[in-house]
Design a protein around this ligand. Structure first.
Ligand SMILES: *Cc1c(COP(=O)(O)O)cnc(C)c1O
Length: 400
């Protein structure tokens, strides 16, 4: 095998080159470069895709989170609850609006916020007179939805707002057959505001930075639109302090082309995941405890959830691996690229030390940070490549 990269954007581009070039040309000829009709078309398409009433294109996934917090008036003196096991931008946005992040440990099976622990933290914070919790940011990590029903219930009970960080999860679905309605819900469309990223490595990636916020609340939508252009409405009449959070027309035009392929690509990722799962099961590595593949379906017997189904879009295929760092090194020598998302949980990051958290505070997040490894999962990956990756892993454990 020549090489198995973690992501191969060139092979995807070569498949849709003509369409993309045409879309780019159209924008260049129009010279309408920022916001405008292409962005509006993308907003309508994403809202339709997610089943939300409104969508608003912004400059990045990070800015989607930031503008969402600003829309909810989260500011100095407020606290926002999130997970310590996510990309930095989730917590960075909280700090940037002047609020204080409060962490809740993750569920070891899904790597997402543990709803039971969330309940405990909310209760504990409720007893402190100096803490005002305003919002919760659950993250749908790796492309699998957090267990949203209990999170939404807790939010409702305590009058908290919910911003979904769905940066890695566009198109992922949450199905809870035990719930009263039993309906399928799309990532981003369950809380008050949902955030997406179009960073090139996401399932729907642009040719640069981009993001989107979705909501079903018209007043939030109006405020988002204002905040995106320095809080102005009409132009040069500033009602709020916003920012430049605009999406480029070029990115919108490219994303409109790619959106047509999104479900097909995510399905291919799922098929690749399924093939990995099968090969790992056959290899005996799972049984021996060397490799724990991701579990796309919650079926905890230990706890009360028994049949919660999740439509995982596998932005990442992440395994727990015995001797993770050595395995990563071994795979690199065999030209297999892997990733670690994320090596340091957020409560142990240098810039957040002022929060006063210490090692041992979130054992599941810390354990995940030391054990997880992302394997190549992109849609254009071939069966041969997957077999090569698994064979290398088998060889590695044989030498132990
Ligand atoms: C990618 C990502 C973001 C930020 O998106 P950008 O477009 O890179 O700003 C936020 N949260 C999570 C979980 C992400 O994976």
């Amino acid at each position: 095998m020549k090489k198995v990269p973690l992501l191969d954007l060139r092979s995807q581009y070569s498949l849709i080159k003509e369409e993309i070039r045409k879309a780019i040309d159209e924008v260049l000829e129009s010279q309408c470069l920022i916001l405008g009709s292409k962005v509006e078309e993308l907003e309508k398409s994403i809202a339709h895709y997610c089943g939300s009433k409104f969508a608003i294109g912004v400059s990045s996934g990070t800015d989607a989170l930031l503008i969402s917090l600003m829309t909810l008036d989260v500011a100095q003196g407020d606290s926002v609850i999130t997970t310590p096991y996510t990309f930095f931008s989730t917590v960075g946005s909280i700090v940037r609006v002047g609020a204080r992040p409060i962490f809740v440990d993750i569920d070891p099976t899904t790597y997402n916020m543990d709803p039971q622990k969330l309940g405990e933290v909310i209760e504990k914070m409720g007893r402190k007179s100096n803490v005002t919790v305003k919002a919760i940011i659950p993250v749908h990590l790796y492309g699998q939805c957090a267990h949203m029903d209990p999170i939404l219930e807790l939010a409702k009970e305590h009058r908290l707002k919910v911003i979904e960080d769905a940066a890695q999860a566009i198109g992922a679905e949450y199905i809870n057959p035990n719930s009263s309605d039993g309906t399928v819900k799309k990532a981003g469309n369950m809380g008050h505001l949902g955030c997406f990223s179009f960073f090139p490595s996401k399932n729907l990636g642009g040719f640069g930075d981009g993001g989107m916020v979705i909501t079903n609340d018209e007043s939030f939508y109006e405020k988002l639109k204002m905040l995106r252009v320095h809080g102005a409405k009409p132009k040069y009449y500033h009602k709020l302090i916003g920012g430049n959070f605009r999406l480029d027309a070029l990115q919108a035009a490219i994303l409109l082309v790619k959106l047509r392929y999104l479900d097909e690509w995510s399905e291919k990722r799922r098929q690749n995941a399924c093939y990995y799962d099968t090969l790992f099961a056959e290899s005996g590595l799972v049984e021996k405890g060397f490799i724990s593949p991701p579990e796309p379906v919650y079926r905890y017997k230990k706890r009360e959830i028994t049949s919660l189904l999740n439509y995982h879009i596998y932005n990442q295929y992440v395994v727990r691996a015995e001797g993770r760092d050595n395995l990563k090194e071994y795979l690199k020598k065999n030209r297999v690229e892997t990733g670690i998302y994320y090596p340091i949980p957020l409560h142990l990051q240098e810039c957040l030390s002022y929060l006063g958290y210490k090692k041992g505070d979130f054992p599941q997040a810390e354990k995940a940070a030391s054990q997880t490894l992302a394997l190549p999962i992109y849609p254009e990956l071939t069966h041969n490549m997957i077999e090569w990756v698994v064979d290398c892993i088998i060889d590695f454990y044989r030498t132990l």
